[in-house]
Design a binder for this molecule. Structure first.
Ligand SMILES: [Zn+2]
Length: 396
């Protein structure tokens, strides 16, 4: 946040931001950091206290003298409603304003049943979860969906995955019951946001999260922010073609996309074609664990294909860390080592000099926290907070 001078006075929203990030925790700190006068600091803090966004704590007195009153962001001052939708598993939860899950439920539902079935289920579940929290304000809703999303509109795009959702603009449907800001992004971006904020934010602002599951996709954090591109399609690495893929037709209509030759779905298809009785990813995991040679070879080959595409992405983005998540990446050691080998061999020396390639630290939990962070970064931003205070005196 830019430091303000007396000429451009810090607003209440900016004061909240300083308290929330821990940059200023007393009124004296706030005065020093913002250059605001004592009465001006008091006015803004008073507003934030009244809105329940901030609470005061007094430390135990030490050796005489009055201890300074510390200001803390009040994570209990409201909640956000979140849902991480997967192709087959969906988690619905309520989080506090610190992004911590307070309560949640997990469902095994086929999202292909469409928004008419899935959205009411989510909203009913949020209502249920809010029953025990009367009077607690809902500040926003965040959802991750397994489809490409035009972020600003919250419109799902993919024509072949989640076909029944194509073109659906989700936020207004949610706002009919929950009249708050609603944010929708694709599942991989949400995982990238959650993994970065929860496990890597202190170390780096440049991270690429790659999900290898039934599908392959990536979410890119650049300079600490999610990179969405012009409309929200950034990071869709699944439909980058590999060399010598053998002419496999992808469901997107192109040929030899990495998704069509190296995803969990592709592994299942190829193993079945080789006469193996595998129905689910865990069936493949069992073969890998048993050291089945043919399965291991296929998994390594898939890893090389993914590595080929990632090597290009690493050259373009120069991330500090590539995080491999999703049930396939998390369960298949040989896949991860093949990806590593190819990326280190084929990316440029400078891009890989400090590059780490690791499996996800948070696993599926990153989905829920990522949804919460996506909402909180918006609704607690200085502009949004000031907006809610517009009818009051915010500048003095
Ligand atoms: Zn494709």
């Amino acid at each position: 946040m830019p430091r303000r001078t007396a000429a451009t006075l810090a607003t209440s929203g900016e004061v909240l931001d300083l308290i929330r990030t821990g940059e200023a925790v007393t009124r004296a700190d706030l005065g020093r950091v913002t250059g605001l006068s004592r009465p001006a600091v008091s006015l803004r803090v008073g507003e934030l206290l009244e809105r329940g966004l901030v609470v005061e704590r007094t430390d135990a007195p030490s050796t005489g003298g009055r201890p300074p009153v510390r200001l803390e962001f009040n994570a209990a001052g409201g909640v956000v409603l979140v849902a991480a939708l997967g192709a087959s598993r969906t988690r619905v939860a309520v989080c506090d304003l610190g992004g911590v899950e307070l309560e949640g439920r997990e469902f095994v539902i086929d999202v292909e049943q469409g928004p008419d079935v899935v959205l009411p289920l989510l909203m009913d579940t949020w209502d249920e979860l809010m029953e025990g929290r009367p009077g607690v304000p809902v500040k926003g809703v965040g959802m991750g969906v397994p489809a490409t999303v035009e972020f600003a509109a919250g419109r799902t795009e993919s024509a072949r995955v989640m076909a029944s959702w194509t073109g659906v603009v989700i936020p207004p449907l949610i706002r009919e019951r929950f009249p708050v800001p609603v944010f929708v992004d694709n599942d991989v971006n949400v995982l990238a946001i959650g993994e970065h904020r929860g496990a890597y934010a202190e170390e780096t602002g440049d991270l690429m999260f790659v999900k290898v599951s039934t599908r392959i996709g990536a979410g890119v954090i650049a300079g600490g922010e999610i990179l969405r591109g012009a409309l929200g399609a950034a990071g869709e690495i699944g439909h980058i073609p590999v060399r010598d893929g053998g002419g496999v037709l992808c469901r997107c209509g192109n040929v030899d996309c990495v998704d069509s030759v190296a995803s969990g779905t592709a592994l299942l298809r190829d193993l079945r074609a080789a006469g193996r009785d595998v129905k689910t990813i865990p069936d493949v995991t069992a073969l890998v664990r048993a050291g089945d040679a043919e399965t291991m070879a296929m998994v390594r080959e898939a890893g090389r294909r993914i590595g080929e595409v990632l090597a290009g992405a690493v050259n373009i983005l120069n991330p500090a860390v590539v995080v491999l998540g999703g049930d396939v990446a998390e369960a298949f050691g040989p896949l991860v080592s093949s990806i590593r080998e190819v990326v280190y061999r084929r990316s440029t020396a400078l891009a890989t000099r400090r590059l780490r390639i690791e499996t996800s630290r948070l696993g599926a939990a990153a989905g829920i926290s990522g949804c919460a962070v996506m909402v909180l970064d918006h609704v607690l931003s200085p502009d949004a907070v000031d907006e809610t205070l517009t009818n009051r005196v915010t500048r003095q």
